[in-house]
Design a protein around this ligand. Structure first.
Ligand code: ZN
Length: 547
């Protein structure tokens, strides 16, 4: 059956026909965009006028997110900024450590068993004027119940004494880069980096394996996507155990599940050769709504957590350099094996030293295994220089930059982490485009909230939370930003032939908007109202879903 949707305006992002009034859909795919008369040529159809006052554009693509954007809402929100949960309810931000402790105390009252861990998320001590949270702060809530609060970056966690004790870490004599000690020689309570977090995570509710299979979280994630106009989104860091794969297959296969999920297998827990083989074997488990086939590698930590690897002269406030999560030999081996097998790789690199190591390893791996159109993607690349972008172009790589950082941490980057000059060229979208590097931009949800139109606004305005423009020279135009959250992100996922623009043969994925992002002032891009989505021809209204 053919449905022709009529709309106030249809933005196609197809240069041969940039705008239209009607779009025809059959079997979840687009027959064409044009006039009613043209589209009637496809034969019998029904005319659907429900979008008469709406603007349709290609469904938005989030090229770097995590399903934990859905899962973490089961925990206590401890973030600095107000945030909207999957049901549409706004959680107020907490502005100091006392506020975080109070919020957690409220959360504890809802727990039935005294042995259930108390888990929080979204914490970021960088906003607390130099004060770090200690285990003592969390001990004031409970000395017996394990408590863990994941930082917004997801690269560090604060825990209480009970949690440290359960992990066998409440003792002197620990020497670990990721476990700072207090004056008594005991762990201060901050666990920095994947390895140290892994020692306590399962005791405080952050069991990666369980979270990977969290069905409720996946459903929450789907609802958030509808609210933000997103029709395709990634899961960037799962180990993809069999039970998680089975759960994703079942849920994404449902008639009313609204988003196409692209899960990547994280390089962890197995030698690179086994991980490449795992991903190859997963290809058959995919479907139109579930796309396996890529690997994610995390190379360093986070800049605001001082665990990212920076080139000389390092952190502005003199903090020591960050952590490597993967050894250079392992990285190069993984890249080479993946190139040989035709498996795509996305690499998290926050610091410029991480970007440089990746480019060096990529150059050597490509010399051994040349492969056209590999589209290996630099994820975050926050401190990449103009020279780095030129190398990315030469090596055939894409960049997916973390545009939301400018708003959420731009002020702190200028004042504390990297200093004014480097802060003004972080997430250098204009330089990437000038170098000809295929560009996407992202939220890294739940690190910052899912919402590609907000992400586009960040890249267009480069405004920080305090309202200053950070690095005006790296701002990009509205059209480039809109492309980065549709076709650009689709290209990095090797899906640009299927999604990202509206033309004959592509999936019928639309963001349904109340306002036209090309008509509003660029500074209002983040305020463009989203009605919902059409995904593979199925209509999802955000408001209907609100509770
Ligand atoms: Zn991420």
């Amino acid at each position: 059956m053919t449905v022709i949707y009529r709309a106030r305006k249809i933005i196609t992002l197809d240069p041969s026909r940039p705008a239209a009034t009607h779009v025809a859909v059959r079997d979840g795919r687009i027959l064409g965009a044009g006039t009613l008369e043209e589209l009637s040529g496809w034969g019998d159809h029904t005319l659907d006028t429900r979008f008469d006052d709406k603007v349709l554009m290609p469904g938005l693509v989030e090229g770097h997110s995590h399903l934990s954007e859905g899962s973490y809402w089961r925990y206590v929100y401890c973030g600095f900024y107000d945030r909207v949960g999957p049901s549409g309810l706004t959680w107020a931000g907490v502005r100091d450590i006392e506020g975080v402790v109070e919020r957690l105390r409220e959360g504890e009252r809802a727990l039935e068993s005294p042995s259930t861990p108390l888990s929080g998320w979204g914490l970021d001590p960088i906003y607390f004027s130099g004060r770090r949270m200690t285990r003592g702060d969390l001990d004031s809530i409970s000395r017996t119940r394990p408590i863990g609060v994941l930082h917004a970056s997801a690269h560090a966690m604060n825990v209480n004494s009970a949690a440290l004790k359960m992990a066998g870490l409440l003792r002197t004599g620990i020497r670990h880069q990721g476990i700072p000690l207090d004056d008594e020689g005991l762990p201060a309570g901050e666990m920095m980096g994947q390895e140290s977090m892994g020692l306590v995570g399962s005791h405080v509710g952050f069991d990666r394996r369980l979270l990977a299979s969290d069905e409720v979280g996946l459903r929450f994630f789907g609802r958030l996507c509808v609210r933000k106009g997103v029709t395709t989104a990634c899961e960037m860091a799962s180990l993809l155990p069999d039970d998680a794969v089975a759960m994703m297959r079942r849920v994404t296969g449902e008639e009313r599940f609204p988003v196409r999920v692209v899960p990547m297998r994280r390089l962890q827990g197995m030698p690179p050769a086994d991980i490449v083989a795992h991903v190859v074997s997963l290809r058959a488990a995919g479907s139109a709504q579930l796309r396996f086939g890529a690997i994610k590698i995390v190379l360093d930590g986070s800049i605001q957590g001082f665990s990212a690897r920076l080139l000389w002269p390092g952190y502005y406030n003199g903090r020591p350099n960050g952590q490597w999560y993967v050894a250079p030999e392992e990285l190069e081996q993984a890249l080479a094996l993946a190139l040989a097998e035709g498996v795509q790789v996305h690499v998290h690199t926050n610091g410029d030293e991480a970007v440089e190591l990746l480019l060096d390893c990529m150059e050597r791996a490509l010399a051994r295994h040349p492969r056209p159109d590999h589209r290996f993607t630099v994820q975050h690349g926050q401190l990449a220089t103009a020279a780095h972008f030129r190398r990315m172009k030469a090596l055939g790589m894409c960049a997916n930059l973390f545009a939301n950082h400018t708003y959420y941490w731009g002020d702190q980057h200028a004042q504390i982490t990297v200093g004014p000059e480097r802060a003004s060229r972080m997430n250098a979208c204009a330089t990437a485009l000038a170098a000809g590097v295929p560009l996407a931009i992202h939220s890294d949800a739940p690190v910052t909230p899912l919402g590609p139109l907000f992400t586009a606004w960040c890249a267009v305005t480069r405004k920080t939370a305090s309202g200053r423009v950070l690095g005006a020279g790296e701002r990009i135009g509205v059209d480039d930003a809109i492309r980065a959250i549709t076709l650009g992100a689709a290209y990095t996922l090797r899906l640009d032939h299927e999604i990202g623009s509206l033309s004959c043969g592509k999936r019928a994925d639309f963001a349904v908007l109340e306002d036209d992002p090309y008509e509003v002032a660029p500074d209002a891009l983040k305020d463009v109202r989203v009605w919902g989505t059409v995904q593979s021809g199925r209509v999802f209204e955000a408001a209907q879903d609100a509770t």
